[in-house]
Design a binder for this molecule. Structure first.
Ligand SMILES: *[C@@H]1O[C@H](CO)[C@@H](O)[C@H](O)[C@H]1NC(C)=O
Ligand SMILES: *[C@@H]1O[C@H](CO)[C@@H](O)[C@H](O)[C@H]1NC(C)=O
Ligand SMILES: *[C@@H]1O[C@H](CO)[C@@H](O)[C@H](O)[C@H]1NC(C)=O
Length: 696
């Protein structure tokens, strides 16, 4: 080895390896919080040797979730150092654990420590904590951070022992700074305390490796400490470091600790809390999707705030509007049902505006095995979603650098985020331990969701968001008006995708491709357009409105010459539906017209669009006439043989009749000149059709 030209390098590497053996990480943790597990995972990732002090020992340094500079730490450290005092070459790193992670390995750490040429090196920061009076005792520095930081220190075992021996504090004493003025890591070569330094630190993506870089000193710190208010920033960095996330593979530890449901007979018990907190469109679809979730109903209980119930589930509790329970209170109630039931394994909170299309959602979330996890849902083609990547200083929304990429699934993974809402799953076990406070949904002036997230964060529980699968989207609730009988019909602008799912025939897409289009008479096309629901709701809406025209010639429309022959009808504009109808024609009729009548481009302008009613004793038929249109669409809204008998349409020039119209299918034919036609008599029941004269 020594004879090769690279022997210097090899010697160097050997030295590092030897040194790595001579490095021990000491940390204090009294509970295996998620922060601690993150720390341990990063240490294991880089092969650090760690010794955890104080696990299962009662903590006396104050609230364990707050950074405690307690004397108890010193006491634990003292006794640990006694074991190692005689190891001259042993380098010991002492660091926090709940809010610390490693960004690089032992070799780099030792190299940087040796380069510092000091027996002990402490982390440094811009702020002095906890006692500002000590400020004068610190020598000013030309460059870098001046004050002793809380992130940790590194040194030779005997020197550390000596240093710590001088300390005689009590357990609750936080003033450790007074006696330990040693060498500080002013330029964050080893330790990066994030407090007061958020702007200095950025993520660097290089060669499938992610590191935090200090821009101010151009250094790559090895140990990152999210002290004080910067915990959230550490959570953010922890989504990428150490190499748990890369552009190539997404997250590399997403499948760590999965809970497999394969082959389990009795699946975990889930309580689903459904919240309808404001008028919400497409509720029947919502409940249909809830039913269709791929999970045994006998393992599901349902709690609903503000809606009727069904009998299919193991149990169902409903809090209706009459109970006068407000949002936060209802959410507490739902969650408490799971918390208090030892058999409740998971609580799944679902707001009615969430369109959960992935029927495997419950299983996917359970398998991720996190205390709190949300599936990503966002508004169609919008950036509005059910999570925040960052918080503003006052606790409201702030956009994180990766927010857009996560919403648009350009970065895929499992994300530790500060805020989730609308749909999430919580482990029952977490509700009965860390989250055992009864009232998680209240908190100052915060709304229920913000209060919940605030409380979860404060209890040291991480909230995850997964975008590893497509889950669904969120409805837009703006502009949802409830003045009509069937308000969803008016949602074609606000929620076009959901409108389509509810109202457009499942075979419309095939018709658009030219399949399923029939020609029962020359140049008369016939294809599916509306679902049964669309037909029924339109008819009901018209009957609800009820002001049918009289069908005689006093009608001003007829005098104006639009309608050649009068019918018993109600026009779309009478029910305030003309904008929506126009949009429907534009989105669904125009594309098909251009296919079937090549070279003709419709503007889908219409003067007349109305629903006609035929009854034997009212107006059973319509005499032969031309339409005041370039072409006409005529949609059958109910079913021959069931709702009525007779009816149909005859084109006189071709002596051709369509005697069995199909519900939800439209006829499309030229309006003038060739397609002189009549409405055949309805002999029984009531027949409804929706007619539009297009491009008059
Ligand atoms: C699920 O996570 C818990 C920690 O929250 C862990 O103890 C357990 O081992 C994990 N389950 C599996 C199957 O890995
Ligand atoms: C759609 O078309 C398929 C195939 O022709 C048919 O089986 C199905 O019943 C149609 N759907 C409806 C709602 O008519
Ligand atoms: C129209 O068609 C019917 C049968 O469909 C036939 O009986 C009748 O004679 C035809 N009328 C004319 C004028 O061709």
């Amino acid at each position: 080895v020594l004879q090769t030209p690279h022997s210097g390098l090899v010697m160097h590497l050997l030295c590092f390896l030897l040194h790595a053996e001579n490095l021990l990480v000491l940390t204090v943790a009294t509970k295996q919080t998620e922060g601690f597990r993150r720390f341990r995972r990063s240490a294991q990732f880089f092969n650090y040797k760690i010794q955890v002090l104080g696990l299962d020992e009662e903590w006396k340094g104050g609230d364990e979730r707050k950074p405690a500079g307690g004397g108890q730490k010193v006491r634990l450290l003292k006794s640990a150092l006694k074991q190692h005092a005689d190891k001259e070459d042993l380098v010991i790193l002492f660091t926090e654990s709940y809010d610390v992670l490693f960004a690089s390995g032992p070799a780099e750490l030792l190299k940087k420590f040796k380069q510092a040429k000091s027996k002990v090196v402490f982390s440094a920061e811009n702020y002095i904590y906890p006692d500002r009076k000590l400020e004068a005792k610190y020598p000013p520095v030309r460059d870098g951070k001046r004050f002793l930081g809380s992130g940790g220190f590194i040194g030779y075992a005997p020197s550390l022992k000596k240093l710590v021996e001088e300390w005689k504090g009590k357990d609750d004493d936080r003033q450790m700074t007074a006696c330990v003025l040693i060498n500080l890591d002013h330029r964050s070569r080893i330790f990066q305390n994030l407090n007061g330094a958020l702007d200095e630190v950025v993520l660097k993506f290089e060669n499938a490796r992610v590191r935090a870089r200090n821009l101010l000193y151009d250094t790559l710190p090895v140990i990152i400490h999210g002290n004080g208010p910067t915990k959230l920033q550490l959570n953010y960095l922890g989504n990428y470091i150490p190499q748990i996330w890369t552009f190539e593979t997404g997250c590399t530890v997403c499948d760590e600790g999965l809970r497999s449901l394969a082959g389990i007979k009795a699946l975990p018990m889930i309580l689903i809390g459904v919240f309808i907190e404001q008028p919400t469109p497409f509720l029947s679809q919502f409940f249909l999707r809830l039913r269709n979730l791929h999970y045994p109903k006998q393992r599901i209980q349902v709690f609903i705030h503000n809606h009727e119930h069904s009998k299919e589930y193991l149990a169902m509790k409903v809090i209706g509007p009459d109970d006068e329970v407000e949002n936060a209170e209802a959410r507490n109630l739902g969650m408490d049902l799971c918390r208090k039931d030892p058999d409740c394994d998971y609580y799944f909170s679902l707001d009615a505006e969430v369109v959960l299309k992935n029927t495997e959602t419950l299983r996917i979330l359970i398998e991720q095995n996190k205390s709190v996890i949300a599936p990503l849902v966002s508004r169609h083609e919008k950036l509005w979603s059910n999570f925040w990547g960052a918080l503003s200083p006052d606790g409201y929304y702030a956009r994180s650098e990766d927010y857009v990429d996560i919403v648009q699934r350009r970065r895929v993974g499992l994300w530790n985020v500060p805020y989730i809402s609308s749909v999430y799953m919580v482990k029952g076990k977490a509700l009965r331990s860390e989250l055992d406070e009864g009232d998680l949904f209240h908190g100052g002036k915060l709304d229920a969701d913000m209060a919940f997230c605030h409380n979860v964060r404060n209890r040291g529980v991480f909230m995850y968001l997964t975008n590893r699968h497509q889950f669904g989207h969120i409805l837009s609730l703006e502009n949802y008006q409830t003045a009509h009988l069937h308000n969803d019909l008016w949602q074609i602008f606000s929620n076009p995708e959901d409108w389509k799912e509810k109202y457009i025939h499942e075979n419309y897409t095939a018709a658009l491709k030219g399949k399923l289009v029939e020609m029962p008479c020359p140049d008369v096309y016939w294809f599916p357009i509306f679902t049964d629901t669309a037909c029924d709701e339109l008819v009901e809406e018209m009957e609800h409105y009820g002001k049918w025209s009289t069908g005689d010639n006093t009608d001003s429309r007829i005098q104006g010459g639009y309608e050649n022959v009068p019918t018993i009808d109600i026009h779309m504009n009478q029910i305030g539906f003309e904008r929506e109808w126009y949009k429907f024609l534009l989105d669904y009729i125009a594309p098909i017209t251009e296919k079937l009548y090549p070279g003709y481009y419709t503007k889908t302008q219409f003067e007349l669009a109305f629903v006609v009613r035929y009854k034997p004793d009212e107006q059973p038929s319509l005499m032969p006439h031309h339409d005041a249109s370039t072409f006409t669409i005529n949609i059958a809204l109910n079913r021959v043989g069931i709702d009525y008998e007779g009816g149909g349409c005859r084109f006189l020039r071709y002596n051709c009749s369509i005697r069995a119209p199909r519900k939800g299918w439209t006829l499309m034919h030229p309006g003038r000149l060739t397609h002189y036609h009549e409405g055949l008599p309805t002999t029984k029941g009531t027949r409804y059709i929706a007619v539009s004269f297009i491009d008059p």
